[in-house]
Write a new protein. Sequence first.
Length: 170
Amino acid sequence: MTNIDQNDTPDVAEQEGEASLASQLEAARAELKQLREESLRERAELDNQRKRMARDIDMARKFANERLLGALLPVIDSLEAGLSVQADTAQHLREGMELTLKQLLKVAGDNGLVAVDPTGLPFDPEHHQAMSMVESATHAPGEVVQVYQKGWLLNDRLLRPALVVVARHD
């Protein structure tokens, strides 16, 4: 009987080991299934977030100028009102244009646009473009004598250089 008992003991231990391995395998499979599901959910969430961001960027591009253009509407209204006036004097037309220009410059300034008018200042190649040089006894060499066209800065970045005439001495 001892032989049989000895043979039975390894079988029970072997069966318990197999049962333990089977339960470990089943637990690993359940964990793998859970991880796959989590991975799929996270991928779907990332894809949805990417699509949302692309939509938001598209809308931002589409309506980036909305505030600026809304601010320009009163300027357009002023121009249309001025053009609709029938027999009026040149002085009234000039006054209307001056007021409209003030409105336009205010809108531009509120949106970061600043004029560069360097008359009497030293020539700055970063903000000015020299069109010509002239002899001048009243201006220092390198000083801007005349501005053909103002320059413009947008939020401190050059949008257009000022076209200028610079003084020189021989």
